[in-house]
Design a protein around this ligand. Structure first.
Ligand code: AMP
Length: 422
């Protein structure tokens, strides 16, 4: 029988990578505190309708990429492809409009999309999601953008740039949509089949088609910002003004649209890296109509989602520092069975002092145990044999320098603590 492997497009995050994730998540947690966002844990699956209505029926995510299944009582459920719709659902369900606005929340966890897997694109991937709900102030858009920049700065990503656009609102977008259709309609035959399909249902998506031919055509397409109503224009102006005030580099891109229907006004991505090899580490924007789309009252909101795999890959590519790789401090080495018994007690005592320590349980030779200690990158080996037991000492070997000395059993923890602090 063949070994059962993980399904296509999903991956195991192994110890040599997971510590980097922990570093990123730790930074995210710190920035959330600094900005006053609280963590929430949301369900992995929701009613399919939440995503169909909240993200929009004619988006790629809903049309082609959702993991949808019926549970045993025939309800249609979907593994979350993103978190914004769930955040808004959570806000509505718990009556958060009664709280001080905006309600600021963040969450992180796995998302699921049936996409064609490639490096940096998976069917299960992690997102950090940050949302502010209940305010339409442009300063909140600015806060969200500066949150992302602050985080990526803290992680050491270089050449950060915000690409920003406004996608208008239901008042001004129809006129733009028509202008866009008039332009695209005259070149319909030249569009890729996917964009021909998008023409009636979601023409804005043609703007960010990755097909070379479509991109060439869309370079000359009219831009939303020329069609914004006064309110959207003022909003966009204030967001940009705020970024200049905070010294955040930004570039306007008239073809930046987020692939999801609920976005209004601000749409942005953060790129990191050299120009040319542009790398979107996060995407976000404002979604003032999402709450209504899922059956609630009007609740404006703005937020962003960043892919953890992409952040880690970008950091690796740019040689960013992930902090010290976690290694154990101490490895206990035993000469025989009686030493092993004493070692069990020693091990637990060291652990109770919050010092990381490990040992071999399989009865390997002294030499092999010392090799294990080096493999595990321990700082010190604590050697216990007959002589040590009789004298009430432990031989402590510094694995980097090779030097060793006898330390009395009573002062061992202090000795270790002192040694590993240097
Ligand atoms: P989106 O929700 O599509 O706006 O994506 C937000 C961020 O999530 C992107 O900038 C990526 O960092 C990440 N992301 C989206 N889809 C995937 C995927 N299939 N695999 C890995 N990361 C992804």
């Amino acid at each position: 029988m063949d070994i059962i492997k993980a399904p296509r497009g999903v991956r195991d995050v192994l110890p040599d990578e997971s510590w980097k994730w922990a570093y990123v998540m730790d930074a995210a947690r710190k920035v959330s505190n600094v900005f006053g966002y609280s963590e929430v844990h949301l369900p992995i699956f929701e009613h399919t309708e939440l995503f169909a209505r909240g993200i929009g029926d004619s988006t790629d995510v809903v049309e082609k990429e959702m993991y949808t299944f019926e549970d045993r009582s025939g309800r249609s459920l979907t593994l979350r492809p993103e978190l914004t719709a769930s955040m808004v659902r959570c806000y509505l369900e718990h009556g958060m409009s009664q709280k001080v606005q905006p309600v600021k929340m963040w969450s992180a966890g796995p998302m699921f999309r049936y996409e064609r897997p490639q490096k940096g694109r998976y069917r299960q991937f992690w997102q950090l999601d940050v949302e502010a709900l209940g305010s339409d102030a442009p300063e909140v858009d600015l806060e969200i953008i500066s949150f992302a920049i602050y985080l990526f700065d803290m992680l050491g990503l270089s050449n950060l740039e915000v690409v920003v656009n406004s996608v208008g609102c239901p008042e001004c977008r129809p006129t733009y949509r028509q202008a866009l259709k008039d332009y695209v309609g005259s070149k319909f035959e030249l569009l890729c089949p996917t964009c021909q399909n998008r023409f009636d249902r979601n023409p804005l998506r043609i703007l960010d088609c990755k097909n070379e031919g479509c991109r060439e055509i869309m370079k000359e397409a009219p831009g939303m910002t020329d069609y914004l109503c006064d309110e959207c224009k003022e909003h966009f102006h204030r967001v940009k003004e705020g970024m200049s005030l905070l010294g955040i580099h930004y570039k306007e891109d008239k073809n930046l649209v987020r692939g999801l229907d609920y976005y209004t006004k601000t749409a942005f991505e953060v790129l990191s890296g050299e120009l040319g090899a542009q790398n979107a580490v996060c995407g976000g924007g404002r979604y003032d109509n999402l709450a209504e789309a899922i059956g609630g009252p009007h609740v404006p909101g703005v937020g962003f989602a960043a892919g953890i795999e992409r952040i880690v890959l970008t950091m690796e590519g740019q040689g960013c520092d992930f902090g010290p790789k976690p290694a154990i401090d101490v490895f206990v080495v035993t000469a025989d069975d009686s030493a092993k018994r004493a070692a069990m007690k020693l091990l637990y005592e060291i652990r109770q002092n919050r010092i990381s320590v490990d040992m071999d349980y399989s009865g390997k030779s002294l030499g092999s145990q010392l090799k294990m200690a080096s493999n595990k990158e321990a700082r010190l080996a604590c050697i216990l044999g007959d002589t040590e037991l009789q004298k009430g000492v432990v031989t402590v070997k510094d694995l980097a320098s090779g030097s060793q000395e006898e330390v009395s059993r009573d002062s061992l923890v202090d000795y270790i603590r002192h040694s590993i602090a240097h």
